[in-house]
Design a protein around this ligand. Structure first.
Ligand SMILES: C[S@@+](CC[C@H](N)C(=O)[O-])C[C@H]1O[C@@H](n2cnc3c(N)ncnc32)[C@H](O)[C@@H]1O
Length: 291
């Protein structure tokens, strides 16, 4: 394990010993200090996700023109909501997050940069605390599995489901089934071992070497990620009665370094029943609809 990953793990283990009231604000500060990605990088990365969303929506005959959207996991900046409102012409976006990461200065900066890049004037609502544009409503410190949802035509998430426990993924989708039976659901999922972003020597599937118990000790509530493989996600959706309208994912080419590294990982018995393609499936994009 690299020194960088060891240091990160130690920091998160210390954070994990603190009560929520202290731990979460400290986690927010630490993430802010260590964030090396520029606003331009963040805008471009979310723009790519929006283009992916547009492609999936087209494939599935979905339009968000004048429609209402729910976003699971707002993150640090309201980027996907801006794309939904300013490019997709959605009427509203309700965005939920367990944490509270948005702040007024970052949003003012985003408004300038977003307007500059896309030539779209962003009109913020001056009376709101965060000066968010009209139509975007932010629900921080809110667990989406525990609130009454506003009616919505589309539920969207980007890089969120891998951070949700399998039980909560089921709870979430049961809720959508009961409260939003007509809504389309689109998830962009990044199912790789996120420790490999910090330690370049690790395989994207390194975490598949551990038992569930060992993996539980390896991370905390601040850097939780499940290890669900593609068939396990699909099983959850299908068991609840969802139809998969569209599915795409990346496969590792057998000659690639990613695949060669994967083959060095001694798989835990829990993962032996899956094929290499199922285990290495990355960048999973899925469109769901209740049957
Ligand atoms: C890795 S971040 C991704 C944020 C954002 N979608 C992006 O692409 O940058 C995952 C976010 O999902 C949020 N999240 C996880 N479970 C949630 C839940 N049950 N309700 C609301 N937000 C949740 C986390 O708090 C976290 O901010």
């Amino acid at each position: 394990m690299s020194l960088k990953l060891k240091a990160k793990n130690t920091l998160f283990q210390i954070l994990n010993m603190l009560p929520d009231k202290v731990g979460y604000p400290l986690y927010h500060k630490i993430q802010e200090w260590f964030d090396r990605n520029s606003i331009h990088y963040k805008i471009n990365s979310s723009h790519n996700s929006y283009l992916t969303f547009e492609r999936l929506a087209k494939e599935s005959n979905i339009s968000i023109l004048g429609k209402s959207v729910i976003e699971i996991g707002s993150g640090w900046l309201p980027l996907m909501p801006y794309f939904f409102i300013y490019m997709g012409k959605a009427s509203t976006v309700e965005t939920y997050d367990l944490n509270k990461h948005y702040n007024k200065n970052n949003i003012a900066n985003l408004n300038l940069k977003f307007s500059d890049k896309f030539g779209i004037p962003v009109k913020s609502e001056q009376n709101g605390k965060l000066n968010l544009p009209e139509g975007i409503n932010y629900y921080p410190k809110t667990d989406l599995t525990n609130v009454e949802l506003k009616n919505a035509d589309l539920v969207f998430s980007r890089f969120v489901l891998e951070h949700v426990s399998p039980l909560d993924i089921k709870k979430m989708h049961q809720k959508f089934k009961e409260e939003l039976p007509e809504a389309y659901i689109i998830h962009l999922i990044s199912p790789s071992d996120h420790r490999a972003y910090v330690d370049k020597n690790l395989s994207n599937q390194d975490f598949l070497r551990y038992s569930e118990k060992e993996w539980g000790k390896n991370h905390t509530r601040f850097d939780y990620h499940n290890r669900l493989r593609l068939p396990q996600y699909l099983e959850i959706f299908e068991e609840l009665g969802y139809e998969v309208l569209f599915l795409e994912f990346e496969s590792a080419n057998k000659d690639s370094d990613i695949y060669k590294k994967f083959k060095t990982v001694p798989l835990h018995v829990d993962y032996e029943k899956y094929s290499d393609e199922e285990l290495t499936a990355g960048s999973i994009n899925v469109v769901l609809k209740m049957k």
